[in-house]
Design a protein around this ligand. Structure first.
Ligand code: MN
Ligand code: MN
Length: 298
């Protein structure tokens, strides 16, 4: 556990997230948002732990901009901006939902309130299933539905999903929080017309290394080395390789590496009834009295 690096990453992530929250993104493209937010992370001397996610409306998670992606934020959109900061592989994972239409404020507030209630009960030994119960109860009390098949997760060096899940609903069994671990908690909320589940969509624009085994294709192996050297096992986007490879070639090489199972591609996650989804997220390290919420505003 490198507590100091987790805290430094968290401070940067919280500063960048609050800038994202306060800014009016209407009329901006998702490409502009991703580039600007990633720039804010790098400007503060850290690296991105994953491509900034800009998941709009019924897309709950895992959408990042394509190179020059023209999708533009409208005043009725609900946009989950999920960002990750890493220092030596120690990660801060945090998200905010921005919306400019008052009719969706309740949905956003519900996710924020569920997260706040979850954070206030954290300490060493608390059961993940009890956190899930608090999140579910809070969301239902505000008149909405949690997304049951999305959850928070333990973190480890260069590893975003380190094996433990923090559910957004009550569930049987599960583990207890350890003070030697960092975790992310991320309630996702949809309306009562939503199914309360996500499904995989067709679009896949976030990738991660699976294996460093050579492919016998020289150029593909060069890209494999580039990915390992720059992103380790953490997720990346096509945007992050088109400075070094021409876009068409980069796409072909990526598809080749996916076919060889050297790289995996993550599909976007869409609410099953195509209802709008809001999200809030913090990273924290439990202790005997409570928790260090690394991504809380200082
Ligand atoms: Mn996140
Ligand atoms: Mn997360």
């Amino acid at each position: 556990m490198q507590t100091e690096e987790y805290i430094r990453a968290g401070k940067i992530a919280s500063e960048v997230r609050e800038r994202v929250r306060d800014k009016n993104w209407i009329g901006k493209t998702v490409y502009e948002i991703c580039e600007e937010v990633e720039g804010e992370i790098k400007k503060r001397g850290a690296k991105c732990a994953f491509p900034v996610n800009t998941s709009i409306n019924e897309i709950a998670a895992h959408y990042t901009a394509e190179p020059n992606d023209p999708i533009t934020i409208k005043d009725t959109d609900l946009v989950k901006i999920d960002l990750g900061v890493q220092i030596n592989g120690y990660i801060a994972d945090t998200a905010v939902t921005v919306c400019y239409d008052a009719q969706f404020d309740g949905l956003v507030q519900s996710a924020e309130e569920a997260l706040a209630n979850a954070m206030s009960m954290i300490k060493t030994g608390v059961k993940a299933s009890d956190i899930g119960r608090t999140i579910e109860t809070t969301i239902k009390k505000t008149g909405f539905k949690p997304i049951a098949n999305l959850s928070g997760h333990s973190l480890d060096q260069y590893t975003i999903h380190a094996g433990r899940s923090i559910p957004n609903i009550w569930s049987i069994g599960g583990f207890s929080l350890s003070e030697n671990s960092a975790y992310a908690c991320e309630p996702f909320v949809t309306t009562n017309d939503g199914g309360g589940f996500v499904r995989n969509g067709q679009t896949k624009n976030i990738f991660a290394l699976n294996s460093r085994k050579k492919t016998k294709n020289e150029e593909a192996d060069r890209l494999l080395d580039f990915i390992w050297n720059n992103f380790n096992m953490l997720p990346f986007a096509l945007r992050w390789i088109v400075n070094d490879w021409e876009e068409k070639q980069a796409k072909d090489l990526l598809n080749f590496l996916i076919k060889k199972k050297a790289v995996q591609a993550y599909p976007v996650l869409i609410e099953v009834n195509e209802q709008k989804v809001a999200q809030a997220e913090h990273t924290f390290i439990p202790n005997e009295d409570g928790a260090t919420v690394t991504t809380r505003i200082q």
